[in-house]
Design a binder for this molecule. Structure first.
Ligand SMILES: C[S@@+](CC[C@H](N)C(=O)[O-])C[C@H]1O[C@@H](n2cnc3c(N)ncnc32)[C@H](O)[C@@H]1O
Length: 239
């Protein structure tokens, strides 16, 4: 999936992943992370998700990262919000910000701890990944996991070691082309077990609620919700 693929999806309005409601797994399971209200939450590949608003509504400082300026524009416009748009230094991100909500427009893979610092000056307490890991083809997923881990390690000290809620989809990959891609529990282990303690929080049969996937040929669709806790040894390794 090249950046061009995603830019075209946004230009054509082909954004079938977008939901006008808050994600049920987020609202149900986020509290288990035990975060304080002022926590800063990183949302990679955030699109124009309503979940950004849910997180901000809990008092969190929310930092979304998204390739498409159309997504950022629509997020603020459709929610009646007027952000300040500036170039982030160091380049190449644009910063769209309103109070505790900041979207960085640019390539997640180009994001560095310096950008995080420049964006609003604090460490990362938590990560919310819905439809980010599973948006990426198999060959990019190890790079995504490694990049996320490096960002959390390099982002600076937080009161507690960063926690993440990760939501994946699993289905028979041969039955449908991604995105969204199937990511098995074994792959989550392979990608994250070196640096994170991984707990499966929920497994949810999602086929009945998603007829468009049944129409595309799937006979099984399971959503998994994971809690990933960056191990303190890993969190402090490069500090
Ligand atoms: C499947 S959508 C999910 C969006 C959002 N997480 C949600 O739940 O609605 C994936 C998003 O990632 C964005 N994206 C893809 N590659 C990216 C990258 N390298 N850096 C930042 N955003 C990226 C796409 O533009 C798209 O909006």
């Amino acid at each position: 999936m090249t950046p061009e693929f995603w830019h075209q999806r946004w230009q054509r309005g082909e954004i079938g992943w977008h939901s006008e409601t808050f994600n049920r797994h987020l609202t149900e399971h986020w509290p288990i992370l035990g975060l304080s209200a002022a926590s800063r939450v990183l949302v990679p590949l955030c699109g124009k998700s309503q979940d950004l608003l849910w997180l901000a509504g809990r008092g969190h400082r929310v930092l979304g990262v998204e390739l498409s300026p159309i997504a950022a524009r629509d997020f603020f416009r459709e929610n009646g919000l007027k952000p300040q748009v500036t170039d982030l230094s160091p380049a190449p991100f644009e910063r769209w910000a309103l109070d505790e909500l900041v979207l960085l427009v640019g390539d997640f893979f180009a994001l560095t701890p310096e950008h995080l610092k420049a964006a609003d000056g604090a460490g990362i307490d938590a990560v919310y990944d819905r439809a980010a890991l599973i948006a990426l083809p198999p060959e990019l997923r190890p790079a995504y996991a490694a990049h996320l881990t490096a960002l959390l390690r390099g982002a600076g000290a937080t009161a507690q070691s960063p926690e993440s809620l990760l939501i994946t989809l699993d289905y028979a990959q041969a039955q449908m082309q991604g995105p969204p891609f199937a990511v098995t529990q074994a792959e989550v282990q392979a990608l994250f077990a070196d640096a994170f303690d991984i707990r499966t929080v929920a497994a949810f049969d999602a086929l009945a609620e998603n007829p468009r996937f049944a129409e595309r040929g799937l006979d099984r669709l399971v959503e998994h919700v994971y809690r990933l806790s960056l191990r303190r040894d890993a969190a402090t390794a490069t500090r």
